[in-house]
Design a protein around this ligand. Structure first.
Ligand code: AMP
Length: 333
């Protein structure tokens, strides 16, 4: 199979799975001069076919995806992983997909494991919610997260030890018990740039979740199912701390995985009414919340480029820069 070192850097294709942030990513890639490809793993084909900025369409199933790799490599393809790709394929299969990834491939397995994920955040010395080793130790309110739970589904809250005991007795898989932090959710987007040698604080969103943000009126348990995202800017006085946490995160990735943080990532936080920032999760790749500024650009991108660009455009810019300098290995894994 064709390797990255043999790629024709003037004829790169940018590919991703048709879901999540595919429109943002492929629109920007096309605009920047790359060929583009969408891979269908679900039956959304007719929707994505409507957009002229997608040059090539591949259809695969999770089981046949690996067979696509040689075709993609032949087309000098850089693949951009996102949350839906990992969700459809499962972390193991996603991480081993043999096409060069824009980003840090090794983070997929860390992100998939609640314990490894929280350990990395603590290694980075980013404040996290308290974690309790047992029901006895727990100080409710707490949130219980089952291993492998996605997008909030499979989480539950307990407001007393009794409730926690009753609910945890019913589960057989592994779980963690975390302090339920009271405050507002802030999802801070970053871009780690090997080409500029810096971490950029890029934008933010907050989520629109059922049954938390809707007209619940106490009629339903919170379910945290993500329905959409809303744009957000934080108080400017919070930005230096967010900047620091982003830099600490990238440094911890490099230290613990022995490989640099490349490209977009997100720190998922709750800010309390005393303005403490607690990070309960990270995404080591592009998050869907960046779609809130697709085409219009993020508010903070102007601080670096003096024009507003979205995350898809930021990625395409980095990739173009690396291709022109013949150092694609710096932005891929
Ligand atoms: P996640 O799937 O990890 O992004 O979490 C889903 C939702 O659960 C988040 O959007 C938060 O609203 C909420 N959440 C997760 N962990 C905590 C926590 N420790 N304290 C408060 N809310 C949390």
């Amino acid at each position: 199979m064709k390797r990255l070192a043999d790629y024709d850097v003037d004829k790169l294709t940018v590919a991703t799975v048709a879901s999540h942030t595919a429109l943002q990513l492929l629109r920007a890639a096309k605009k920047t001069g790359f060929k583009t490809a969408a891979i269908y793993l679900t039956d959304n084909k007719t929707f994505y076919q409507k957009f002229g900025f997608i040059d090539k369409i591949f259809t695969a199933s999770v089981d046949t995806l690996d067979k696509l790799a040689p075709y993609l490599a032949e087309r000098n393809t850089i693949f951009i992983p996102h949350g839906s790709f990992v969700e459809y394929c499962g972390p193991e299969k996603a991480q081993s997909f043999q096409v060069p990834f824009f980003g840090t491939r090794q983070l997929i397995e860390v992100e998939a494991d609640q314990r490894k994920k929280m350990t990395l955040l603590r290694e980075a010395e980013i404040p996290t919610p308290a974690e309790y080793g047992s029901v006895e130790e727990a100080e409710p309110p707490v949130i219980v997260k089952l291993g492998g739970a996605k997008g909030g589904a499979g989480y539950f809250l307990a407001f007393s030890k009794q409730e926690l005991l009753e609910k945890t007795q019913k589960i057989s898989q592994s779980y963690i018990i975390q302090q339920y932090v009271i405050g507002v959710g802030v999802y801070m987007h970053y871009f780690a740039s090997p080409m500029y040698g810096r971490v950029e604080v890029f934008g933010a969103d907050t989520r629109y979740e059922a049954n938390v943000d809707g007209r619940v009126f106490g009629l339903a348990e919170p379910s945290f199912v993500v329905v959409g995202n809303r744009p957000l800017v934080v108080r400017e006085s919070l930005l230096p701390r967010y900047m620091l946490y982003g830099e600490k995160f990238a440094a911890a990735v490099e230290k613990t995985l022995g490989t640099p943080m490349i490209g977009p990532f997100c720190l998922e936080t709750i800010i309390t009414d005393t303005l403490e920032i607690k990070c309960f999760e990270f995404s080591g790749r592009i998050v869907a919340g960046t779609n809130v500024y697709m085409g219009t650009g993020s508010p903070y991108s102007v601080l670096y480029f003096d024009k507003a660009i979205d995350m898809g455009e930021r990625i395409a810019h980095e990739l173009k820069n690396a291709a022109e300098k013949n150092c694609l290995e710096k932005v891929t894994s």
